[in-house]
Design a protein around this ligand. Structure first.
Ligand code: G3P
Ligand code: MG
Length: 382
């Protein structure tokens, strides 16, 4: 059995045993309504998940958990998932869609807009990451319902968690108006009309000052026709998934759907690509490089932690175990590690991908479930 230690000598060592030179990144479906998964499906642990992770821990084989979901702080995820899987976990082992935002120190002292999910939870996550001035679309709507009259019926929903704005958003004096320095989409927006309206207002503004209009907009002499050329806040999307697998039998729109909707509106307002206007934004999340690079850094740090900070040598190989060819497998196959770590992809059949389908992105190996994945990888690593 893969659960039995192949290294009997471990018990006899007085120093902590070396950490193997390979590690795992497991997809983990964070959403209770999500029916895909490697470790968890529809909120429940999948068979073999507990034993597989316990085995890895007994062997000091490092692993992290990677999801395009989000909306709660990593500490809450530790609590939820360590209970479900019955294994001890640590916040540093969790990479959610928005976890890389925690490293963006340059915006921590500035007013930023946080969008998506349960807005109050996302605000609290950002604050735990160290962001000191977080504004939500609900704050803006509550202070100025005239900004988006069609969400007025939702005012009672926003009321309990909206907070007063640092300044008025309707300036007679722009120097006293709210200035947003960056926009972070933490999770799938719920109130698309409001969020699209606020995004458009800020991206057409002068320097992110709410209620202003940039004089540079629509200037054909400037690059990008003057759009996003006047100090407007950068926009960061955390999850590219156009659709996701929920309980309903057809795919449901995700954060990528919201982004596409915004891009359509932006193209209609500015002329879009046909007029030579590109919407400038940063998109992270699987399958994109920044998320894999961040995950790799976390793994490297986690390996060291396992032996109290000792030097553990280079990380030779990472096995990404996922259920979704388009995100998990594509991401691992495309990623080129700056440290020279080799990434292999293992596709399981307990989620989006099912037996008999031809995956859009061919994994290094296809197996039944998470136990088979680890079994294969441990052999492969020898
Ligand atoms: O919003 C969550 C959905 O996009 C799925 O993400 O990485 O948990 O499969 P993941
Ligand atoms: Mg998934």
């Amino acid at each position: 059995s893969i659960y039995r230690s192949p290294r009997r000598s471990l018990q006899t060592l007085s120093r902590p045993p070396q950490v193997p030179d390979f590690a795992f990144a497991f997809e983990w479906a964070s959403r209770p309504l999500c029916i895909d998964g490697v470790l968890v499906r529809s909120s429940d642990a999948l068979p073999h998940a507990h034993k597989t992770l316990s085995y890895l821990q007994s062997q000091r084989i490092p692993f992290i958990l990677l999801t395009n979901g989000g909306g709660k702080h990593e500490s809450e995820r530790v609590e939820e998932l360590s209970k479900k899987l019955e294994v001890p976990l640590d916040t540093s082992m969790f990479v959610q869609s928005h976890t890389p935002f925690a490293d963006m120190d340059e915006y921590k002292d500035k007013a930023v807009l946080v969008m998506g999910g349960d807005q109050d939870n996302c605000r609290r996550v950002a604050e735990k990451y160290g962001f000191k001035a977080v504004v939500t679309p609900g704050d803006i709507l509550t202070a100025h319902p005239e900004i988006w009259p069609f969400s007025n019926q939702f005012l009672p929903i926003y009321a309990p968690f909206s907070r007063p704005l640092p300044h008025s958003v309707h300036p007679t004096d722009p120097s006293k108006s709210l200035q947003i320095h960056a926009i972070f989409v933490y999770n799938d927006p719920r109130d698309w009309g409001l969020d699209i309206t606020i995004l458009k207002d800020l991206l057409l503004s002068h320097s992110g000052i709410y209620g202003t209009i940039s004089p540079k907009n629509n200037d054909p002499k400037l690059p990008n026709h003057g759009y996003q050329q006047d100090g407007q806040p950068p926009v960061f999307f955390s999850n590219p998934d156009l659709v996701w697998a929920a309980k309903y039998h057809l795919p449901r729109l995700g954060q990528g759907g919201f982004r596409e909707a915004f891009e359509g509106v932006w193209a209609a307002l500015t002329g879009g690509p046909r007029a030579g206007v590109e919407f400038q934004k940063t998109v992270i999340g699987k399958p994109f490089r920044p998320t894999y690079e961040f995950a790799e850094k976390r793994l490297v740090a986690h390996r060291k932690d396992l032996v109290g900070g000792e030097d553990v040598g280079a990380l030779r190989k990472v096995y990404m175990v996922g259920d979704n060819p388009e995100s998990d497998i594509r991401g691992a196959n495309s990623y080129k590690s700056p440290m020279g770590t080799d990434w292999a992809s293992i596709l399981v059949r307990t989620g989006v991908h099912v037996e008999g389908q031809r995956p859009a992105w061919k994994p290094t190996k296809e197996v039944g479930d998470v136990r088979d994945a680890v079994k294969w990888a441990v052999e492969d690593s020898k």
